[in-house]
Design a protein around this ligand. Structure first.
Ligand code: ADP
Length: 626
């Protein structure tokens, strides 16, 4: 039921293999012989037809094998056995349990015919690979990054058959490159830490009353947060955070341009999504500070030694395994080209190219999770010409094709010119240096050895300040104590991104900045940490002083990082037309969508976005596919 196969197995090949087998197989045995072996979900039964001892037909049944995986093997392997006359055929990748059962049952069937299976082990030369060119499923998902895999898991958990189409040879997209963590408001993990109060709340309320006094959403959120904050101060229990404060931070971070309903959806579902990740095996147990968040809200994974590790490379393999375990059919190296629509305009499938071969995926619902367009610098400069010549932190698949496919069926886009540059991109390799280090206590100094900004400000503000410095770069400075607490820093040291020195002066020399000025900057910073005030730049987030030798610095500059704009969606992840109507059968989640982050995405909100909206898109597609 799941797909059709064009097994291109020629008569000539059959003749060849029969000749090859001719001498080995015992002559005279003719008839049909069946046997069973244990597969993934129960017995797999194979029936082999012999004519004068040669295999001429083969069929297999395994009603309880995993849809989309096991049945791929049930269809492909018997066809190949019949065509080649050999049971020495390759297992279907991703369906090894079912494949092995088919081969074991085939051998047993031959035995029951009174012939020796060993006589049917000669591998036949394949003229061409068996190519599946058409799939039928409930939900087709384009893009196997964080959003696509989250949606796939959600749909598979609801019992739907899922085909996940990925243009690259491997899954992960930009998600696997996410170095920080995931923002979530009012989680048990926040409460479990005794962080104390956060001066960041007052600062955020002041910002809401100042620059955003005209923004109704921000003003209303600030009023709610003020009430919550006053109540908390009168009776402090747990750690102060709230869904509304996360909304307020996200809206202020996005300069008030965000779609408030999408922001609300993001924040309301954030804590539950941390729990959901836990259920699929991804544990984000360390809570810390991050740019633009009033309180400690970013949730990060830790390694066995308790050191924080990059979120993307931790989560993506967990999501991939969860997809495999659930029988999601993953087609890598398969680049979606267009959406299929039926006579009433509803989206009903995808056409894609696997190399030279055209693939069709027929589906009841389609989810676009193709990510952004930050790797397509032509498209970037089309919307924001001033970014010509910038480096990009993006994975190669971030080409904006999802936007083109959806607009071709009537989808609207929002905020396409909102493109984020990230201030800490390693100056030589364009590798992303995580913002978490600044939250954990790192500072930025310019070519003159001076600080120039609140390092934990939003990415746009920090990037703009950095671009304005001499040479448009800066140095991110950490000490050994920070390195001891973070395996990420260890990785940067190993990769050769750092210069180092046993004293501030020695580090300054390695950086090529004035030693006296740099030492004075470091001493002044350590005093800021001690007094928890930063009169010059207004930083409110402090960790430990940077006073444990040796010291390290990484030269960083700004690079294209996230495309906030994209397809217009509603809180149910339905893709909307310009008129605001949902396009039947089409859903979207993750960086391909616009509106969630407004004019600037907060660090930690990309992972929150792909998990929250990936789950919603999965659930909405399931509902639609009923
Ligand atoms: P998100 O998790 O926000 O969706 P990612 O960048 O992590 O973003 O994932 C998007 C994925 O979509 C990437 O793996 C990318 O290679 C893939 N992709 C982009 N365009 C296509 C396409 N036309 N066909 C198939 N996969 C695509």
């Amino acid at each position: 039921m799941f797909k059709r196969i064009f097994a291109i197995l020629t008569a000539c090949l059959l003749a060849l293999s029969s000749a090859a087998m001719g001498e080995a197989v015992p002559a005279g045995v003719t008839g049909e012989f069946s046997a069973s072996a244990k597969g993934m979900g129960g017995d797999v039964t194979v029936t082999i037809g012999l004519k004068d001892g040669a295999i001429v037909t083969c069929a297999a049944e395994g009603p309880n094998e995993t849809p989309g995986i096991g049945d791929k093997a049930l269809e492909a392997l018997p066809a190949e056995i019949a065509a080649t006359g050999s049971i020495a055929v390759d297992a279907v990748s991703g369906a090894t349990v079912t494949s092995d059962a088919i081969l074991a049952a085939a051998a047993a069937a031959l035995e029951s015919a009174g012939v020796d299976p060993a006589d049917y082990q000669e591998k036949a030369e394949k003229a061409e690979e068996a190519v599946v060119t058409e799939y039928d499923c409930d939900v087709a998902i384009i893009g196997a990054g964080g959003a696509g895999m989250t949606a796939a898991i959600t749909a598979a958990d609801a019992g739907k058959t899922v085909v996940l189409i990925e243009g690259q040879p491997m899954v992960g997209g930009n998600s696997v490159r996410a170095t920080g963590g995931m923002n979530a408001a009012k989680t048990p993990l926040q409460d479990a830490n005794e962080f104390g109060e956060s001066a960041g709340v007052e600062k955020t309320l002041a910002s809401a009353a100042g620059s955003y006094a005209d923004n109704e959403t921000i003003t209303a959120l600030a009023a709610t947060v003020k009430e919550q904050w006053d109540a908390y101060q009168a009776n402090p229990e747990g750690y102060f955070d709230s869904v509304e404060l996360m909304e307020l931070d996200t809206m202020i971070g996005g300069k008030g341009v965000n779609d408030p309903e999408l922001v609300k959806t993001l924040c309301e579902n954030s804590a539950a999504s941390i729990e959901w990740l836990d259920t699929v095996g991804a544990k984000l147990t360390s809570v810390g500070s991050f740019g633009g968040a009033s309180v400690k809200r970013i949730h990060r994974p830790v390694n066995d030694e308790g050191k924080t590790i990059a979120v993307g490379s931790y989560i993506v393999p967990v999501l991939e395994k969860a997809c495999t375990d659930r029988g999601v059919t993953l087609l890598t190296n398969t680049l979606a080209a267009a959406l299929k629509t039926n006579e009433s305009g509803a989206v009903c499938g995808v056409t894609a190219m696997a190399g030279e071969t055209e693939i069709t995926v027929n589906a009841k619902a389609v989810i676009l999770a193709t990510g952004g367009f930050g790797a397509n610098l032509d498209m970037v400069t089309e919307y924001k010409p001033e970014l010509a010549g910038f480096m990009t932190t993006n994975a190669p698949g971030a080409q904006g094709q999802g936007i083109a496919m959806a607009t071709a069926v009537g989808a609207a886009t929002v905020d396409m010119d909102q493109i984020q540059i990230h201030p800490t991109v390693e100056a030589n390799t364009a590798a992303l240096i995580t913002e978490g280090l600044r939250g954990d206590g790192a500072i930025l100094v310019n070519a003159e050895g001076k600080r120039f900004i609140d390092e934990v400000g939003t990415r746009d503000v920090v990037s703009a300040a950095e671009i304005a410095q001499p040479g448009s770069y800066s140095w991110l400075v950490v000490d050994q104590k920070m390195a001891d607490a973070s395996s990420v820093i260890g990785g940067y040291i190993k990769k050769g991104y750092t210069v180092t020195g046993e004293t501030y002066e020695a580090l300054a020399e390695a950086m090529g900045v004035d030693a006296e000025t740099f030492a004075a900057t470091m001493n002044a910073w350590n005093e800021c940490v001690a007094s928890k005030t930063d009169a010059e730049f207004g930083r409110t987030s402090f960790a430990d002083p940077l006073d444990t030798a040796p010291y390290y610095a990484i030269k960083v500059t700004a690079g294209v990082h996230h495309t906030m704009g994209g397809l217009k969606i509603n809180p149910a992840a339905e893709v909307l037309t310009e008129a605001g109507e949902a396009i039947s059968g089409l859903f979207a989640a993750g960086e391909v969508t616009g509106g969630v982050h407004g004019a600037n995405r907060l660090g930690g909100n990309a992972v929150a976005d792909f998990v929250v909206f990936g789950r919603i898109a999965g659930a909405s597609a399931v509902e639609y596919a009923k």
